[in-house]
Unconditional design. Sequence first.
Length: 433
Amino acid sequence: RANHSTVAPKPPKLHEQERRPHCLDVELEELELHPAGDHDHLKPGWLETLKYFVSLHPHTGDHEDIMLPREVPKESVPGKQMVSNAAVPKRPDVQIASTKRAGAFADVAGAHSSWGGGKSRVTSSTMVNPIVKFTGEMSLVTDRLDTVMVCYVWGKKSSMTSESTTLIGRAILHLHEFETQRRLMTFPVHDVADGTLVADLRLRYSVSTSPGPVSDIVVTAATRSEVTLRWDPPANDHGARIIGYKIAILLDGDNSDEPEWMTICECTKSPKPAFVVANLAGNTTYTLEISAVNKVGVGDRTECQATTGPVEPGPPTKPWIEESRDGCLNVAWSPPTTDGGFPVLAYRIRMRKILGATPFNQWHGMGPSHKHAQWIDMGTVQAESCEEGEDPLVYDAWVGPLESTSCEYRFQIHALNKAGEGEGSELSDSHYT
């Protein structure tokens, strides 16, 4: 029997309690009725049945502040109460001989001969306390862990035409006494008016909450579009096994400048601590969030950063003609704003020329158009390696010889690194000969 004679500590104030989802699991075993709990009006008459059920209500506050239910609970209500099935009391299969169990309670047991499933003769030598057997498990999820669970025992007498329910007594479970969890315990049920012991309630209960944080997140592989993450499960599952993990990513918002969290996976299909994040942009650092999930909900969050693999460089700046001399042109450009994650190794120069084009006929749309353009690869220029690790501000290259007849020239530059060749720059302004 659980000892509840000591004075329970004063519960924390409501605002001091951690707002975290908790799940209360209760497995009712049986209710043993004591002689002191007998009420004359509960004796079933002809064609009447008497059943007992239990309602469980989480509560935070002093015991003196616990108010009796204003209405008989009919069913379980999420986040508020649990209601068991109603069952008929029966005599135990094992009878204990005694000469001390005589009197009114023996008469009551005799009146309930149907408890045993048929006619029987109950005497003081065979009398034992009636037992109400319960089946099934109940669960209740609340937004915080209350200090106690109040268990009300009800007696319901019904016939074909009427039904009445009586509050027999109540028991109090201290939810913060974790040593009593997951063990079959006996809790005394006392009359709410005078404190008389009227029954014993045997049950097993447990409290669980969402898991703790994961730890040691590492990136085990990275490509230009995917990253593979692995981590250590939470050190504490808080009473319920891990069923999976929630993965979220921080992305730029569509309608605002503030980044927004987007859930990639509400719960992974297995509790394996690994996940592949796909459809990412290359050479980009992302902030990710991993949370363990159990039956209560999503646990504490842990953030990490992961960078995708390198890609081709970005386009260099728009090239320009630095100088024209001796039938050749000096083309200049600046490095791209991003190298793609690998150092730029070289620059490829492409020249577009339109024979017969002049400023006049191009302005009036009379001469050859871009459909007649010829693209010519003019070679590559090696990128310089600077000791400071920074590219020169400007690169240039001489190209030629130029056509002796009328011609339009425009240039485009491509940067190259180990990942490949990047997009070409914007075309330079036209140069005519």
